[in-house]
Ligand binder design. Sequence first.
Ligand code: GRF
Length: 192
Amino acid sequence: MAKARIAILISGRGSNMAALIYATKQPDCPFEIVLVAANDPEAAGLRLAQAENLPVFAQSHKGMARAEFDKILDTQIRTAQADMIILAGYMRLLSPEFVALWPARILNIHPSLLPRYKGLDTHERALAAGDQIAGCSVHVVTAELDDGEVLAQTEVPVFADDTPDTLASRVLIAEHQTYAPAISAYIRQFKG
Ligand code: GRF
């Protein structure tokens, strides 16, 4: 079976991207990375993508209308002949026009147990609520923020002395373990 061709969008550190890069080194991984694109040329994750000889595109969105920037992204993604778009710490809302061009073909990982804590500051909010369980979710991207179908979730315990940072590091390990299997299962379902 041909591998699904994925484009990964990042904005920063890129640790989820790194986890996906290393997932593709397994022979039975059903996807390959055909593009890593960033909306910040300084995104730290670009360095690893380049070192791994992956095609990279980086351009700042600053000063551009959202839909205009997304059109540039769309052109890059289509030129790379990607089948799917994987958001990995892409800290920018996608325009509804862009999302409509890729129905059910954009996935995201979010550091909370959705539908709880959509948006930013998820760990602060989980701690403020006194939650004893936190976690991450992989979901389909729709025009609504963090709102599409949830494909996979991993729970992690909250410790009594957690800070947002200590909780974030524990959830991040779960993210790295959750994303590639969830993407793989989604692709296999797509391909029948
Ligand atoms: C992750 O926690 C991800 O869930 C969230 O932003 C963070 C990105 O981390 N959307 P990284 O860039 O993948 O290291």
